[in-house]
Design a binder for this molecule. Structure first.
Ligand code: CA
Length: 229
């Protein structure tokens, strides 16, 4: 399946030109015209790369970059105004992978996108172990599977996302609000009980004795922490 690129650009002509050019280049494209729509699209479509304009209505490109980076290692390429050195530095400090200065040629942009994908593949080969051993179970982070004695333990997608989030923050106490914000979406209006229910399901899947959890510990009045064996 072709890689999906999220194009975030408020200027309609540029957004359409970019989308068409990327599609002609063999990518699939989803697009957003402001920062809020960008976060919605990011969460619903799960793109492989985000092309992010810096100056956006609703939520700025800087904030969109920061929020996406808190949730995901997805590659981000910033589109910045000409000669705006400050923006470049801020963008890269916030975790953008690269930046392209307007005006740019589509050919240059395409080369940057392919370079970011290549670097990502090389990093993925060396970074997270493909299989994370929690003692009772093994977690296949890339394949979104939990294995016990070689057999898959079925869990709902959100339960796996919760586990992946806790793994990324292992050893750190995370609050229910943080979990809601980063696993369910920052404007999710649900109750923190949703988190408790999913933690209950996750414990049933990965703890040897869910009534006496060793991996996911409750920090009373605060939240949860994943402790590795
Ligand atoms: Ca703009």
């Amino acid at each position: 399946m072709a890689r999906l690129i999220l194009v975030v650009e408020d200027e309609p002509t540029l957004r359409e030109t970019l989308s068409e050019a990327l599609e002609a280049d063999g990518f699939r494209v989803t697009a957003a015209a402001d920062g809020r729509a960008a976060l919605d699209r990011f969460r619903s479509d799960r793109p492989d790369l985000v092309l992010l304009d810096l100056m956006l209505p609703e939520i700025s490109g800087i904030d969109v970059c920061r929020i996406i980076r808190a949730e995901s290692p997805v590659p981000i390429i910033m589109l910045t105004a000409r000669g705006s050195e400050v923006d470049k530095v801020v963008g890269l400090e916030l975790g953008a992978d690269d930046y392209v200065t307007k005006p740019f040629s589509l050919r240059e942009l395409s080369a940057r996108i392919r370079a970011v994908f290549r670097r990502g593949e090389q990093a993925a080969a060396t970074a997270m172990p493909p299989m994370l051993d929690l003692g009772t179970v093994q977690v296949d982070l890339a394949g979104h599977r939990i294995l016990r004695d070689g057999a898959e333990v079925p869990v709902k997608p959100k339960v796996f996302e919760l586990l992946a989030f806790l793994v990324r923050h292992q050893g750190q106490v995370v609050t229910r609000d943080q979990i809601l914000e980063l696993v369910w979406g920052y404007d999710y209006a649900g109750e923190t009980r949703t988190v408790d229910v999913h933690v209950h399901w996750l414990r049933a899947a990965i703890e040897s004795d869910p009534a006496r959890p060793l991996l996911i510990q409750t920090i009373r009045g605060v939240g949860y922490v994943l402790r590795r064996p």
